[in-house]
Ligand binder design. Structure first.
Ligand code: M6P
Ligand code: ZN
Length: 198
């Protein structure tokens, strides 16, 4: 059901600081530590060891004050730290929108990948500063830091889109991004068995 309980916001200017990739005024900031990515990395033992070894922050999501309610159009900036677990590059949890609304991402800093999966096909977009990645309706999406520095991007999405994380646990994301021995980024099939094009 659409949520008409909260009145829409008044028109609002939000200061976007390009250099620091921050929004002001800001809404909620979410910190995702390694422990919150349970069941997502292929190498479960490496994941467990990382949780035991300080449970590092993998990414942060800073939201604008625009609420996640129907008809609103919230924004957020996500910053993913560089790193690997096993040899899998650090990434967001990834989610599907329950009602299959679209979303756009704008890369701000660093070097990322936008992995999308519709349950059958996987797509990979290379994300460098200035790239707008379009996420069509029905495509689950995950962002991955493929660089040596933090990767930041701005997201704009329908307020009622929601985040279905169970979909990703059930269906996977089609591909995995790994870096072996400091080499080039490779995309593997989701079971990690072999190389796979996006
Ligand atoms: C982007 C948007 C947010 C999302 C965040 C982190 O900023 O898509 O809605 O929450 O990335 O991704 P996830 O929710 O999959 O952890
Ligand atoms: Zn989304």
């Amino acid at each position: 059901m659409p949520d008409f309980a909260a009145p829409p916001l008044r028109p609002l200017a939000i200061a976007f600081d390009q250099a620091t990739a921050t929004l002001s005024p800001e809404g909620a900031t979410l910190e995702r530590r390694m422990s919150s990515l349970e069941g997502l990395f292929l190498d479960h033992e490496a994941w467990q060891a990382s949780v035991a070894d300080g449970d590092p922050v993998v990414y942060r999501v800073q939201s604008s004050p625009v609420p996640e309610t129907d008809r609103e159009l919230p924004q957020s900036i996500t910053t993913i730290e560089p790193g690997t677990t096993g040899d899998e590059l650090w990434m967001t949890k990834g989610h599907q929108h329950p009602n299959h609304q679209g979303e756009i991402y704008l890369a701000l800093h660093g070097h990322g990948g936008l992995l999308m999966f519709d349950g059958q096909d996987a797509e990979w977009l290379d994300m460098t500063p200035g790239t707008i990645g379009y996420i069509p309706p029905g495509w689950a999406h995950r962002s991955i830091n493929v660089g040596a520095d933090p990767y930041s991007f701005l997201a704009v999405y329908p307020g009622g889109a929601g985040h279905d994380y169970g979909w990703v646990l059930e269906h996977g994301m089609g591909r995995r991004a790994v870096r072996r021995d400091g080499g080039a980024v490779r995309l593997l099939s989701y079971d990690g068995a072999d190389d796979a094009g996006a």
